[in-house]
Design a protein around this ligand. Structure first.
Ligand SMILES: NC(=O)c1ccc[n+]([C@@H]2O[C@H](COP(=O)([O-])OP(=O)(O)OC[C@H]3O[C@@H](n4cnc5c(N)ncnc54)[C@H](OP(=O)(O)O)[C@@H]3O)[C@@H](O)[C@H]2O)c1
Length: 270
């Protein structure tokens, strides 16, 4: 058996047979869909626009012989996570990818209506939490699975112009790191992707300038799928922290490990 086929099978055993991807119709989410379909995983694809979502689903079914379910769910809305969970009901979901997350407001805090920030928090904080909760439970029962939360370099520190977005991405980052420590003993791998600027339709809607060193979302997804067993955090070298990315990544991991041991000793397990 060729090496790629062997490792695809190992991936499938660990994270298959179904994956759920939010924000799957374009950009990074579509890259996840294509790469996971190529590994033979069946897909639940979530986004608001049914057209591109269904088109991608049909294409991947034909190309890779997989099954798909799609749902045009607006993750800004209250109750969106329940809709996603009901679409995935009865499926053996081995991988959850929380991808939808970009800030399309492109405004300073007081320049947008408060509702814009409520929606962003609904999608990037509440829905991420509810979906991680909904999918991690059955994974823990089965003692295997994977969760990838897409964070951002903006989540490493406060950032003007995207203050709420950056805060939600810090939440996703911390959530992934905490869950990594809690869930690894149940065979569940959790990874935060601290993503660089990527050439996606969502990014291009608001930013026209040439960005030196901008990443291809396909490469970002390939890296994160490879890193999934080795969490909790992957920081892509980009922006003000580029030179220190691996140092920060290691320091964050070491910290989680130390805190997890302390918490175990002091509070939970003797
Ligand atoms: N691109 C970058 O430069 C960059 C940098 C750092 C981190 N990231 C992170 O990487 C992830 C992917 O980013 P991206 O650039 O590909 O853009 P994105 O806007 O997060 O993702 C686009 C996808 O999400 C869907 N989507 C957006 N809002 C939604 C909502 N309310 N409900 C349901 N689906 C929704 C879109 O489809 P519909 O429009 O049909 O709903 C589309 O399929 C995000 O978490 C982002 O924060 C991106």
């Amino acid at each position: 058996m060729p090496h790629s086929e062997k490792s695809t099978t190992a991936f499938h055993r660990r994270y298959g047979p179904w994956a759920v991807i939010t924000g799957a119709s374009d950009g990074t989410g579509a890259a996840y869909a294509r790469q996971l379909a190529a590994k033979g995983l069946n897909l639940v694809l979530i986004a608001r626009r049914p057209g591109p979502l269904n088109e991608l689903a049909r294409e991947l079914e034909q190309q890779h012989g997989i099954s798909t379910r799609t749902a045009n769910t607006d993750l800004y809305a209250d109750g969106a996570a329940d809709q996603v969970l009901s679409v995935a009901q009865g499926l053996n979901v081995g991988l959850f990818v929380s991808n939808a997350g970009a800030d399309t407001n492109d405004k300073e805090f007081l320049a947008a209506p408060l509702d814009a920030w409520r929606q962003l928090i609904n999608r990037n904080v509440l829905a991420v939490t509810e979906l991680a909760y909904g999918f991690a439970g059955p994974m823990r029962y089965r003692r295997r699975g994977g969760i990838i939360l897409m964070s951002s370099a903006a989540g490493l520190g406060g950032q003007p112009g995207v203050a709420v977005y950056s805060s939600t991405k810090a939440y996703d980052l911390n959530l992934a790191e905490g869950l990594w420590a809690e869930l690894k003993e149940y065979g569940i791998d959790v990874l935060a992707g601290v993503c660089p600027v990527m050439e996606t339709p969502s990014f291009r809607r608001n930013h026209k300038a040439e960005i030196p060193g901008i990443f291809d979302p396909e490469d970002v997804v390939t890296t994160l799928l490879e890193r999934l067993p080795d969490g909790p955090t992957h920081i892509f070298p980009f922006g003000p922290d580029a030179a220190n990315a691996s140092t920060i990544e290691k320091a964050r991991r070491d910290r989680v490990v130390v805190v997890a041991n302390l918490v175990k000793q002091l509070f939970h397990k003797p």
